[in-house]
Design a protein around this ligand. Sequence first.
Ligand SMILES: CC(=O)SCCNC(=O)CCNC(=O)[C@H](O)C(C)(C)COP(=O)(O)OP(=O)(O)OC[C@H]1O[C@@H](n2cnc3c(N)ncnc32)[C@H](O)[C@@H]1OP(=O)(O)O
Length: 414
Amino acid sequence: MTVDVRTVTESEFPDWQRALRTGFLLPPVVTDAEVADRLANVDLARTLGAFDGDRLVATFRSFRQEVSTVGGGSLTADAITQVTVSPTHRRRGLLSRMMTADLAVARERGDAIATLIAAEYPIYGRFGFGAASWAAEWSVDVRRTGLDPRRSGRPEDGGRIDLSDAGEIRKVGPEVHRRLGGVRAGVTHRSPRDWAVGTGLGERSEPWKEPFYALYRAESGEVEGFVAYTSDDKWDDAKQPMNTATVRDLIAVTPAAEHALWHYVCSVDWISTVRSGYRAPDDPLPLLLPDPRAAKMLTHVDMLWVRVLDVVRVLESRTYPVADGLVLDLRDGDGLAGGRYRLDASPDGVSCARTTESADLAFDIAELSTLALGDESAVRLCRLGRVEELTAGAAARADLLFRTPLRPFSPDIF
Ligand SMILES: CC(=O)SCCNC(=O)CCNC(=O)[C@H](O)C(C)(C)COP(=O)(O)OP(=O)(O)OC[C@H]1O[C@@H](n2cnc3c(N)ncnc32)[C@H](O)[C@@H]1OP(=O)(O)O
């Protein structure tokens, strides 16, 4: 029997939820309340399933997302999530069919990119996705930081740290998060539902642990950052406090806020270890500590994957620090965005259009995804054989054009 790939109906949605949980190795049970809550927040026209007879054997969903680009602009993305194929039906092309269908519709709709967070690195490169940002996580040995705990909560710049709560974070957080997109590229927007779920509201299958919240206010009174962290209430046999604070969310839009919030969370009595949660790999955390070796890197991993669907929009939506022109020859096995493009960029503006001129660089569309938000080096990709340099020196010129002082990063997983 052939397997059908199509959108799911409301009555099929409980099965879709169970199939999703099975694919993610979570207990395959959902309550009616959870189904109703999820249903209210998905677009069924963008929710795909694969059906073997009346058995739902694969799930795939997409939604509209805004992603910050270099210079503070934004790109509309086809955000892909909840991709599973039943263990009985894997490696038979079902993901390929769902992905091909979704990307074609996204291209048609005019989305500039598709985005996702990959469960495993090898899955999505074949569909033209490239790792556009990376994440790091640190474990901080609080007793070795050298930070002065007497300054915690009383920043030296006239700002202040105040304890807060979920209600206040839902009010002030969205504006702080919105400003983050002006600081780094690759920030994916948070919807009102993301704020609700991220602060403990809504139906959930796993138990919720209420975090502690703190805000940083500049001397002017403006909120420039906040942190949410939990603690595990651990003591050793000698009655020494051995708590680990786990940072769930730390958004700071000024260096002062970043400094003050890390100082605060790394100076709370009873906390001996701080786990930073996922941060940009160039997060200043280690260097904010008088002894940076107190911060041990635990994780360095690919985070946001991007698939360029519209080369002109992607390249014209960002800023460039120098003036130069390059011709890029882009291969796209799926026929969505390939071709030869001339990019003319300067700090004053940019234009990008198809051309027949000879190319300076040739590479797969997936490599453009790793370069476009400023994270990767064309020179490095050249040395790996992933970018072909057709004009001597073109890769180094591409780096001067594309790379950014701060690496792209999104604190959000979707
Ligand atoms: C955005 C997200 O939601 S990330 C979450 C992804 N989901 C999971 O990881 C859950 C567990 N895994 C699964 O459900 C499935 O294995 C999926 C979704 C990863 C892949 O679905 P499938 O239908 O098996 O993929 P499909 O048959 O289309 O494979 C296409 C190609 O990718 C390869 N591939 C598929 N999955 C993997 C993998 N996990 N690792 C490496 N290669 C893979 C296949 O071998 C195949 O290669 P080929 O064309 O050279 O033969």
